[in-house]
Design a binder for this molecule. Structure first.
Ligand code: NAD
Length: 216
């Protein structure tokens, strides 16, 4: 697979280059510039909002699918990705780990049974993380299906911890997920790239990639 990488010099970019070994990195974009020596079939984007525009332009230019994990996107960015998805496959998720996506499925299924409980989310990330609350915490809140407080902590080098609490006067249910290595996100991006290779176009979540992997 020939791939382009937006955010190639970043923490995730480095992890992706390591995980995609055996595939050809033909396009690199970072805040130092654009380096291209081939036509990508797929574009992987873990950068920031400002660079998403470049990622989308490249996808149109090369007719390449796109796997984007960049967080802090707004409604208009998502609308741009949906427009692109009419032409090429797009996988967009604020979290490419299998665990968080399974946790979302559990929350969607069972949160309605916990309406009598108060619900809160605590998320903890490394101190260099630019956005708060995390995109993952926002996704988890959507999965619970009601408005609830999100508490963000930024400290040390933690790749990503998320805890969802349901509590009443007598008991507490706590569902938690901890990323031990960023490699899980890079592996998720690779699976999503393989998923795109089998599709003409369409807008997909990582949850659909997880279900596709289970059927293979
Ligand atoms: P980072 O700060 O280490 O790296 C950011 C990268 O983007 C760098 O290569 C930088 O040069 C590039 N960049 C920044 N601005 C740019 C611009 N205007 N033009 C071109 N390139 C630009 O960040 P990171 O920890 O690697 O995370 C990158 C993104 O991925 C963040 O949005 C983060 O929240 C997200 N993330 C998503 C997941 C997921 O599973 N979806 C997991 C981890 C991180």
């Amino acid at each position: 697979m020939r791939y382009g990488l937006i955010g190639s010099s970043g923490r995730m970019g480095k992890e992706i280059i390591e995980t995609f070994k055996g595939h050809d990195l033909v396009l690199e974009v970072s805040d130092t510039g654009i380096f291209r020596h081939g036509e990508p079939e797929i574009i992987i984007d873990f950068s920031n909002r400002e660079a998403l525009k470049t990622a989308i332009e490249m996808a149109y230019q090369f007719g390449a699918g796109i796997v984007t994990g960049t967080t802090a996107l707004n409604q208009s960015d998502i609308a741009d990705l949906r427009r692109l998805a009419e032409r090429v496959p797009v996988v967009q998720s604020f979290n490419f780990s299998t665990g968080i996506n399974l946790l979302r499925m559990i929350l969607k299924e069972y949160s309605s049974l916990l309406e009598e409980f108060e619900a809160e989310i605590i998320e903890v990330h490394h101190s260099a993380k630019k956005d708060a609350p995390s995109g993952t915490a926002i996704m988890l809140k959507e999965s619970v299906g009601r408005d609830l407080p999100i508490h963000s902590v930024r400290t040390g080098g933690i790749p990503g911890d998320h805890r969802v609490f349901f509590a009443n006067e007598g008991e507490v249910i706590e569902i938690s997920h901890r990323v031990i290595s960023r490699k899980v996100f890079a592996i998720g991006a690779l699976k999503a790239a393989m998923f795109c290779a089998e599709r003409e176009n369409g807008f997909y979540s990582y949850e659909e990639v997880v279900r596709w992997m289970q059927k293979r």
